[in-house]
Write a protein that binds this ligand. Structure first.
Ligand SMILES: [Zn+2]
Length: 464
């Protein structure tokens, strides 16, 4: 049904209610929220019509049977009058759905869980939806072939969600444009650990099972939520100005990873000097065995690093994402270079500051070298969903930043990258926001060629 066709009866109903003086307590004025947010690469990701403010997830998992029982209490605000809305959930069995405590009708089609509340929701209304579900959570394969969602590990499980894997273990508005705070409570067999984002606020053991309660106080995109279940050595220390640092390391990897992980406080300190205040109330890392995950991911406050990829440069990269990606989050998956270009550039800067090549030298070497893959597509326009994690997004994204630095000089450049993190802290932003921000911070400079050739242009630019 088209939008305009629905508007006429809706207006007529409101008028009728107003004329008869009937209280408008729901009724029939809402329309469905929609099954996606028109992401150019993942059109089904996310949902329209509401904005989540908080997820309270209560999970129970047994690695031996791979059985998960979950309850998600989602607090959201309707952004339009709603007769129905969607949540994203892949696999698992839904047992019940309530909205504002009343039983709601629901149905499933693919990853869409469509909920029809007993009463329509009014635009601006805050509501709570509770979904009870269970089953064996799935591992999802991305368009580029990598695995995400719920991964089985040698001694437990690991949840990784970029770009869409969060829907494998909890229902929600699974798109970076809708960030929320989280409470993630996980119960596992006694003797195992369950590590997640943010701060541990409670732990209790009862009847042979241990419950860990984690609180993530700053807004987080769903793709950055994680749970790691298994045996872990937990180390607590502090970073700059008392920032709590918690690392969870698979005991078999503890010895080899200790030296690199000990650098977290000094890396955060160095990144604060370059990027501005660390945005979250704790930090750390989760280190699993080689093969448990095929890649590192900047899960919020506590990046996941497979032991075979744990080196200083990767740690610098994933921690830089806490500013660029986690705090300032892309509005859509097209803007992925705002994550990866910055995190890659952080590696270049770290090298420059600690006795390695300058960022300009790294740039020149890439430009002059035999790296055809860098020029496959422009960083701000990945060629397809299968390529959002390819080299143009990372390397050429970082090269865009070096081009800006060439143009404005160091003082203004650091003002720009710090100011960008501050201006959009805890929010979302896209490439147009970024180019407008750069132009505002460097009035009188002409960036048109950089945007045209380096950001949006096909092929290798003519001049380095
Ligand atoms: Zn990255």
């Amino acid at each position: 049904m088209s939008r305009s066709a629905r508007l006429v009866p809706a207006v007529a109903t409101l008028l009728a209610l107003a004329l008869t003086g009937t209280a408008c307590d729901g009724g029939v004025h809402g329309t469905p929220g929609g099954s996606g947010v028109r992401d150019p690469y993942f059109p089904k990701a996310g949902n329209g019509g509401y904005d989540v403010t908080h997820y309270a997830l209560t999970l129970d998992y047994t690695p031996d049977t791979r059985h998960l029982t979950g309850k998600a209490v989602i607090t959201a605000r309707a952004t339009k009058d709603l007769s129905a809305f969607d949540l994203d959930l892949a696999g698992l069995d839904v047992d019940s759905v309530t909205v504002e405590g009343r039983s709601a009708r629901w149905n499933r089609a693919g990853q869409e869980l469509t909920v029809r509340p007993h009463d329509d929701l009014d635009q601006g209304e805050t509501f709570s939806v509770t979904v009870r579900y269970a089953g064996r959570p799935k591992t999802l394969t991305d368009p580029d072939g990598s695995e995400e969602g719920w991964l089985r590990t040698a001694d437990g499980a690991l949840a990784l969600g970029e770009p869409v894997g969060a829907m494998a273990w909890f229902p929600g508005n699974n798109h970076p444009s809708d960030k929320a705070t989280y409470d993630i409570t996980v119960t596992v067999p006694k003797g195992l650990q369950a590590v997640s984002n943010g701060e541990l606020t409670g732990r209790r053991t009862k009847g042979g099972r241990t419950t860990y309660a984690w609180h993530c106080a700053q807004p987080m995109a769903s793709y950055l939520a994680t749970v790691a279940i298994g045996h872990y050595d937990i180390t607590r220390t502090t970073g700059p100005h008392g920032l709590p640092v918690l690392t969870a390391v698979d005991p078999t990897q503890a010895e080899d990873s200790a030296k690199v992980l000990a650098k977290i406080p000094e890396i955060i300190d160095w990144e604060e000097t370059n990027f501005g205040p660390y945005p979250f109330s704790s930090t750390g890392a989760i280190v699993d065995r080689p093969g448990d995950a095929g890649y590192a991911l900047e899960t919020q406050t506590r990046p996941v690093l497979p032991a075979d990829q744990l080196d200083t440069s990767t740690l610098v990269h994933e921690l830089a994402h806490q500013w660029y990606g986690d705090s300032v989050t892309p509005k859509s998956w097209r803007d992925m270079w705002l994550n990866e270009g910055f995190a890659t550039y952080a590696e270049w800067l770290y090298k420059e500051d600690f006795g390695g090549k300058s960022a300009q030298q790294t740039f020149t070497d890439l430009y002059k070298g035999d790296h055809e893959e860098i020029w496959a597509f422009p960083p701000a326009r990945p060629s397809s969903a299968a390529h959002i994690s390819d080299s143009p997004v990372y390397q050429r994204g970082a090269m865009v930043l070096q081009k800006i630095r060439q143009k404005v000089g160091d003082d203004t450049f650091y003002d720009i990258i710090q100011g960008w993190a501050a201006a959009h802290r805890y929010g979302t932003a896209d490439t147009a926001d970024f180019t407008a921000y750069v132009e505002k911070k460097a009035p009188g400079k002409d960036f048109r060629e950089i945007w045209k050739d380096w950001l949006y242009g096909d092929g290798k630019p003519d001049h380095p």
